[in-house]
Design a binder for this molecule. Structure first.
Ligand SMILES: O=c1ccn([C@@H]2O[C@H](COP(=O)(O)OP(=O)(O)O[C@H]3O[C@H](CO)[C@@H](O)[C@H](O)[C@H]3O)[C@@H](O)[C@H]2O)c(=O)[nH]1
Length: 455
């Protein structure tokens, strides 16, 4: 194949939210280490601060985008729809400017955009630049979204309301049940299906990069490759391959000192990611259950995640009493460091894909309480495919919370899950090492940028 003059710049377009910013910045770091210059196009909302890891990256903010209060008012689904409408023109303008400044169109190797920033593909096409989709969820969730984008909306709505159907396995998506499908808690199903069909329609994109590894989901990756008819590159877990701190919130490191005082594998760490919200009654059931389990716990409660509360002040005194006995609360933790800490024996998670990879990547078993979207897919896989966790389904109740904690931290069953999680950790580490599947996949992607016919 003919070698072209090396194109050295990659333009990244992240979704402005923690769970998406983190992996795309890690991808940027991985590509930078392969010799590419990185330009990150940001919206005005949730900007990445340029830490030393990204000091050589070029950041551009496109004007006219949405603000934090827009997110609150619109909710994530509408926010993303609107963001895609607003950003299309400003991104085209921005790309035009980058090209003009460089004076050489050939210098941009490709535009890598988060699958939910689908406006990017139009601009890339207009300037005849190769575009590549980056999925921050896993391949199984991508397959699900492709299936959902094609369902009969009316029929699907009826099925999803039927309790018997909800427990049934969805055709061709074994072991996922109807209730495990990545439907959204953030708005009506119609809006969600529209976003899904936009995001899975990869248009003229020439490849898909996924933050996953073939040891986790080889059949979904194969299916995706077959469906999309373009190369699919599983290059994760990126937090192991190219760790790069990109927290949008300030981390409270005092929890590490607290962990230092706890016994090995005794602490349950609780964090529901950057978007999930909690009901006051659930917070209380959790506090009761955790307290009754007699295990120490470290709990991240994000400001604004409890209704009518800046932080925890609207909760009754009972909550503080329960927590003060053996718990520690922070607003935001250095999560990867927490999961690596020997005192941590289990992770109560909403099962966002980053948290899932980070937990399995440290061999920590999980209590799964998914909230929305792909988290339900991940929870099902954690419990019944990888068998490294237990899922809490239905109403949250202090008795079930207490039992789940004991199953994970105290019982033999938890020990078995921990062993399997450590087994997966080893496989994941091997996949990003020289010769491993994700390592090779990243190399294949980089090589594809150098050959004329593959883009
Ligand atoms: O106290 C905390 C809590 C979280 N994190 C980090 O924040 C990220 C959270 O990401 P994730 O677990 O994926 O959750 P969300 O923020 O909810 O992520 C969104 O994006 C993910 C990737 O697309 C999806 O899988 C989720 O469903 C979606 O909600 C992780 O890297 C954590 O390490 C911290 O650093 N400190």
């Amino acid at each position: 194949m003919e070698e072209k003059r090396a194109k050295r710049r990659i333009v990244l377009v992240p979704v402005p939210a923690q769970g998406h910013v983190t992996p795309i910045m890690q991808l940027g770091k991985a590509l930078h280490s392969k010799g590419f210059s990185i330009t990150v196009v940001l919206t005005q909302y949730n900007r990445v601060s340029s830490s030393k890891d990204f000091s050589e990256f070029h950041f551009i903010t496109i004007p006219g985008s949405l603000t934090e209060s827009d997110l609150k008012n619109l909710g994530p689904l509408q926010f993303m729809t609107k963001l895609n409408q607003i950003c299309e023109a400003s991104f085209k303008h921005c790309l035009g400017q980058i090209l003009q400044e460089q004076g050489n169109q050939d210098d941009i190797a490709c535009v890598v955009y988060d699958e939910y920033m689908y406006f990017s593909k139009t601009a890339a096409k207009e300037f005849q630049l190769p575009s590549v989709v980056f999925s921050t969820t896993n391949a199984t969730a991508f397959v699900c979204r492709s299936v959902l984008a094609k369902v009969n909306e009316e029929r699907f709505l009826i099925d999803m309301k039927d309790p018997e159907m909800r427990d049934k396995v969805f055709p061709e998506l074994h072991p996922l049940r109807y209730k495990d499908l990545p439907t959204s808690a953030f708005g009506p199903i119609e809006g969600m299906l529209k976003i899904y069909s936009e995001s899975v329609n990869i248009g003229t994109a020439s490849a898909v990069i996924i933050n996953s590894a073939s040891c986790l989901e080889s059949s979904s990756l194969a299916r995706l490759h077959e469906d999309l008819k373009v190369p699919v590159y599983p290059i994760g877990p990126l937090h192991i391959a190219a760790s790069a701190p990109s927290s949008l919130l300030e981390e409270d490191r005092s929890c590490i000192e607290w962990l230092d005082k706890q016994k090995p594998s005794s602490v349950i760490y609780i964090s529901l990611g950057s978007l999930a919200l909690m009901e006051t009654k659930d917070v209380l059931e959790m506090a009761w259950g955790l307290s009754n389990s007699n295990q120490p716990f470290l709990w991240v409660i994000r400001p604004g995640s409890i209704p009518a509360s800046e932080w925890t002040e609207s909760l009754p005194e009972e909550f503080s009493n329960l927590v003060s006995e053996r718990g520690y609360i922070v607003k935001w933790s250095p999560q990867m460091e927490v999961l690596r800490h020997p005192a941590v024996g289990g992770f109560w998670s909403h099962c966002g894909w980053n948290s899932t990879l980070e937990s399995v990547g440290e061999g920590v078993p999980m209590i799964c309480r998914p909230f929305t979207g792909d988290q339900k897919v991940n929870a099902r896989y954690i419990e019944s495919v990888w068998r490294v966790g237990v899922q809490l389904e239905g109403e949250l109740e202090k008795g079930t919370v207490e039992r789940a904690v004991k199953r994970l931290i105290v019982d033999e069953e938890g020990e078995e899950m921990r062993k399997r999680a450590i087994g997966l950790k080893e496989k994941l580490e091997a996949s990003v090492r020289g010769g491993g599947s994700s390592f090779t996949s990243l190399d294949d992607f980089v090589n594809s940028l150098k050959t004329k016919d593959s883009m």
